[in-house]
Design a protein around this ligand. Structure first.
Ligand code: BG6
Length: 490
């Protein structure tokens, strides 16, 4: 029995990203992002980047056409009672080439319309400034985030949107899951692999062990440039509007030892450094011993990242106001014996025998959310925000025309209960945005059938469907949770 209630102003809502939901990839002056060119299924980027002519299906082209359905979608979010809508601005809608002299007025106008719609329903927007989608032009011209030249381009983009939307948006996240840069998605999300025409999969799906020290150094250099860009954005944003709350985000998967064998305990502890590496730089404003230790373990010499004295000052001055994180799953570490491994967007080690798995093999671990909240808040003592959590599952429309998804309801209940446990523990938790409150394109597989939504979208993996929206059973359940401010969950 819980003694504590969710705070009155708790931000309940949902999260999406531009390239996974907007579609309209060539409309109103939008440029291309690297993520627009990810094919369905294998998520390759064709060697020739000519999306228009290619006989190839790109899920980002239409996605769920939120660009034209935003009014209907936001009305459905409002019907569930959302207090917050986490969405991302597409950099290339604002600056089609990433570093244009002037912003694209149609791009700016689109997000005004989104924010006006949110305002109509008292929904607070939470804006991710960069959710994977590096401008293709910058990737081709200068290897994306591998180049320092991408930093001023990003800061100009930030300044532009901060000024433009300062009266409409208070909460910002500079980068989505910034620690993903350290794994196989890193190359695509930094845009660093394109200018030499190398196929994404050739490098990005290589195991970390098989990557050369040079390649690893490049990943971490690109990440360093993002840290600097994020810190500068925090400073610029606070100058423009001191009331802005500017955070950044990490993927917060839990790492446990598989057994109490101390070698496994140490391995699990070391694995958490992937998260602390980024958290420490952004919250504490410096490369801590954990960051240095992590780099060393990857065979990267910190001196090779080109960190200047000026960079160090920027990091110190640009620490974030809150730390957002995604939480989906957990994994175990066993170096003493061999076990079946578990799935996720990170390599999470060994599967936990106590936990069930999703259709995509991601284990559910609600208690791990409480664990993670305590870890993050205990280490950093700044407010935390669950920016993503959700269940990707295969949903069917029943003969009655409805979608019955008791598995999602159960997943939601258990995670809400874990949040409440963490509140009782004393964690300062600002809010919770369910990933994909409406079905959207999966980041890792490009599928539509990996559905997270409370709202079903009639669209399949080949881009066919009426795009009709259907409220699933979980829609009404989340509505009840929000209506009762979580108290309907024990
Ligand atoms: C997070 C990303 O890693 O996980 C989202 O921020 C992504 O963009 C989500 O969609 C779920 O992953 P997937 O691969 O199931 O879509």
């Amino acid at each position: 029995m819980h003694k504590i209630q969710f705070p009155e102003n708790f931000l309940w809502g949902g999260a999406t990203s531009a390239y996974q939901c907007e579609g309209a990839w060539k409309e109103d002056g939008k440029g291309f992002a690297v993520t627009d060119l990810l094919t369905a299924g294998s998520r390759e980027i064709p060697r020739e980047f000519t999306p228009v002519e290619k006989d190839c299906y790109y899920p980002a082209a239409t996605a769920i056409d939120h660009y034209h359905h935003y009014k209907e979608d936001i009305a459905l979010f409002a019907e569930m009672g959302f207090k917050v809508y986490r969405m991302s601005i597409s950099w290339v809608r604002i600056f089609p080439n990433g570093d244009d002299e002037v912003p694209n007025p149609a791009g700016l106008a689109f997000y005004h319309k989104i924010f006006q719609e949110c305002k109509k329903y008292d929904i607070e927007p939470l804006v991710t400034i960069s959710h994977h989608d590096v401008p293709l032009a910058l990737a081709l011209k200068q290897d994306g985030w591998l180049s320092r030249k991408t930093i001023p381009a990003f800061v100009t983009y930030c300044k532009t949107i901060f000024k433009e939307y300062q009266d409409e948006v208070k909460y910002w996240i500079t980068f989505n899951e910034i620690n993903m840069m350290t794994n196989y998605f890193g190359d695509i999300y930094t845009g660093g692999i394109l200018s030499n025409g190398t196929r994404y999969l050739d490098i990005a799906h290589a195991s970390e062990e098989s990557l050369s020290a040079d390649k690893m150094t490049k990943r971490f250099t690109a990440l360093h440039h993002q840290f600097i860009a994020s810190a500068l954005a925090v400073q610029v944003g606070h100058d423009i509007n001191p009331d802005f709350q500017i955070g950044s985000m990490v993927a917060g998967d839990a790492h446990y030892p598989y057994s109490c064998n101390p070698v496994n305990v140490i391995e699990a502890q070391q694995s958490m450094n992937r998260l602390w590496y980024c958290g420490d730089v952004m919250v504490r404003g410096e490369y801590s011993y954990a960051s240095r230790h992590y780099l060393k373990g990857k065979g990267v010499d910190i001196e090779a990242l080109g960190i200047t004295e000026e960079d160090k000052c920027i990091l110190k001055k640009g620490t974030i106001d809150f730390l957002a994180f995604s939480y989906y799953t957990s994994g175990c570490h066993a170096v003493d014996e061999h076990h079946e491994t578990t799935a996720g967007n990170f390599s999470l080690g060994v599967a936990n025998p106590y936990l069930k798995k999703s259709d995509w093999g991601w284990v559910f671990d609600p208690q791990g959310l409480r664990w993670m909240l305590n870890e993050l808040y205990g280490r950093y003592h700044i407010p935390v925000f669950i920016a993503e959590n959700g269940l990707g599952a295969i949903d069917e429309v029943s003969e009655d025309g409805k979608v019955h998804d008791p598995y999602r309801i159960q997943y939601l209940n258990e995670h809400v209960s874990a949040m409440r446990d963490a509140l009782e523990d004393g964690v300062d938790l600002l809010g919770y945005t369910w990933w994909g409150p409406i079905d959207l394109v999966s980041a890792s597989t490009g599928e539509m059938k990996k559905r997270y939504g409370f709202i079903y979208v009639d669209m399949d993996d080949q881009g066919k469907g009426s795009l009709k929206r259907i409220r699933k059973d979980s829609f009404y359940h989340y509505q009840k949770i929000i209506q009762t401010n979580g108290s309907c969950i024990e």
